[in-house]
Design a protein around this ligand. Structure first.
Ligand SMILES: Cc1ncc(COP(=O)(O)O)c(C=O)c1O
Length: 390
């Protein structure tokens, strides 16, 4: 049966993805079901998208209602769901304005455009460089590929845009060496997700903030993977006590309807003006109605539970065989193994009905935030048994 899917995929879809050998048909809560009816406990959540899990009833009802009413209207008109969402985002974060996008990479493109325009408006061409971190990941568009601080992404697609340089994460020495009179912005993830689930050191983050404040360098935080409750606060940067100028987000914001966005602080809220930026689908009413449900669900209690459940996962894993270290924040977790192949572990867990991801050589977990403690325990039991067998 699986061969049928693989053959069609190979023949008709460009070979972008090496997929797991299962075809997912439906989902319920923290579980997904394949076309053969097999049930899996899902610690992947569409790579950090389905925070509210699958078929979450308030979300389903809001999306159905909006689809029946008005799925799309252009940005030439006002629409109520996006106005509601913008107010919720701005009031919640203390930022001043937001604009919407359709993906993480596109949101980072938007953030970079704001930084360039601010630099052009304020420093008239003198500042033209953005610093990002080694081992970061910011997306797959041309600009965000270069923003991504990994050489492996800087191949095959020449000519690449210019204007980026890379600071070694957590090295204040490297930071001070790279900042110069052309630096317009510093862009970083609070927990490097694709790079291996590594949370930044608070002292390094404080230093970045200090330098940005002193030199009027814009601080851009990429919350595409860490945002929308994933780490136990609405945005991960809240745990570092910083005040970014620009925040990009996507993934979890609409729980599975493509949406992203960029939040702007008071300093940069007027940088983008009529005609400077736009996108046909950005902030469309269907995605916004879905996102409004997500926003309403992120109560302090919900976020506190994310922290507690993340801690439960961490403490369970720390006791398991072959585990060298457990990293991450909240329900964004990386597991370093003592030489075992994470992909092999994943395959064995999958056979036993539990799905995990990898990040570099680690096992990575981005479960739906609504996963219950008993479901977590069920998943941890399977991981434990697989690691004991290896
Ligand atoms: C931190 C970060 N930024 C940007 C992106 C790109 O997002 P998208 O795949 O929606 O373009 C990702 C995707 O994994 C990410 O983790």
């Amino acid at each position: 049966m699986m061969n049928k899917y693989k053959e069609i995929d190979d023949q008709y879809i460009a070979h972008c993805y090496a997929r797991f050998p299962i075809c997912i048909k439906s989902g319920q809560g923290a579980y997904v079901f394949d076309t053969e009816g097999k049930k899996y406990l899902d610690f992947t959540a569409g790579i950090g998208v389905n925070g509210l899990g699958y078929a979450y009833q308030p979300w389903v009802q809001a999306v159905q209602k909006q689809a029946a009413n008005l799925a799309h209207i252009s940005n030439l008109f006002y629409n109520e769901p996006v106005l509601e969402l913008a107010q919720k985002l701005v009031k919640r974060t203390g930022m001043s304005r937001v604009f919407f996008q359709n993906s993480g990479a596109e949101s980072n493109e938007g953030a970079i455009k704001v930084a360039h325009k601010y630099a052009n408006d304020t420093y008239h061409g003198q500042r033209n460089e953005i610093l990002t971190l080694v081992n970061s990941f910011h997306g797959r568009t041309m600009e965000t590929l270069v923003a991504t601080g990994q050489d492996v992404f800087h191949q095959k697609f020449d000519p690449f845009p210019t204007g980026f340089d890379y600071v070694v994460a957590n090295s204040i020495e490297s930071l001070e060496a790279k900042v110069n009179e052309h630096t317009e912005a510093i862009m970083m993830e609070m927990v490097q997700g694709e790079g291996g689930v590594n949370a930044l050191d608070p002292a390094f983050v404080q230093k970045v903030q200090e330098i940005c404040d002193a030199k009027d360098i814009l601080l851009i935080i990429d919350e595409v993977q860490t945002g929308i409750g994933r780490t136990g606060t609405f945005f991960a940067y809240e745990q570092y006590g910083i005040h970014p100028d620009i925040v990009s987000f996507a993934k979890g914001i609409a729980n599975g309807i493509p949406m992203g966005g960029v939040l702007l602080s008071e300093k940069v809220k007027d940088v983008i003006n009529y005609g400077d930026h736009g996108s046909t689908f950005a902030g469309n009413p269907l995605a916004a109605a879905a996102a409004n449900v997500v926003m309403d669900t992120m109560t302090p209690t919900f976020l506190e539970e994310v922290k507690e459940k993340g801690q439960l996962i961490k403490t369970s894993i720390e006791k398991m065989p072959h585990v060298k270290s457990v990293t991450g924040l909240g329900m964004m977790i990386g597991v370093e193994l003592d030489g075992l192949d994470a992909k092999e572990v994943l395959a064995k867990c999958r056979d036993k009905g539990v799905l995990f991801l990898t990040a570099k050589t680690k096992i990575r977990m981005l479960p739906p935030l609504i996963m219950t403690t008993s479901e977590i325990q069920e998943g941890m039991k399977v991981l434990q048994s697989v690691l004991e067998e290896m």
